[in-house]
Write a protein of this length. Sequence first.
Length: 227
Amino acid sequence: MYEQYYLYLIAIFIVFMAQAKVQNAYHKYKQIRNKRGLSGAEVARRILDLNDLQNVSVEVSNRGILSDHYDPVAHVVRLSPDIFYQNSIASISVAAHEVGHAIQHKEHYGFIALRNRLLPYANIASNFGWITIVIGLLFFYSSPIILYIGICMLLVVALFQLVTLPVELNASSRALKQLDNANFITKDEYTSCRTMLKAAAYTYLAALVSTILQVLRVILIARRRDD
């Protein structure tokens, strides 16, 4: 009877733990200065140039902490102020990760194309999925199909998150390789950067697991309504 509540609590716990892990890693490694004294912006620019991506610029993001991203339309790597200006382990790790996405686009990394095709559908499903589910629950006995449409929307979100996971893992792998090959980090710093990037990857895995658990929860609710 209480399975759906347990699934809900587990989903919240997983997301909370993943967010706590990345926040703890970020706060730890933003206090540690990298031995080369390079800022995130300098690392991003140098890696871009080493990969013949002079057409990609590096800018400060105005969205706040950890708003770092690569914009493939504008060809811009946007870094949050701390990442852009500071010369910490966290700064160069995150900056290199975002440049990893730029390299993926240049090399036409397979999962990027698939992710981009799913993106508009995932945005719609993310915006209207839970609204549809709530409406479906309210009118389940007269029109159960609405609830199942909502469940399908959550599955689209889960599919998008599943495709996003290898994209993010690959960007982190590229980041470590670029930092190491360019001698921007020492052997000890390599381990620290890997720990920082691995913590960030957990958030994507947690989001996927959370969505799957939520789908199972709604399915359980629907089955109980059918009974």
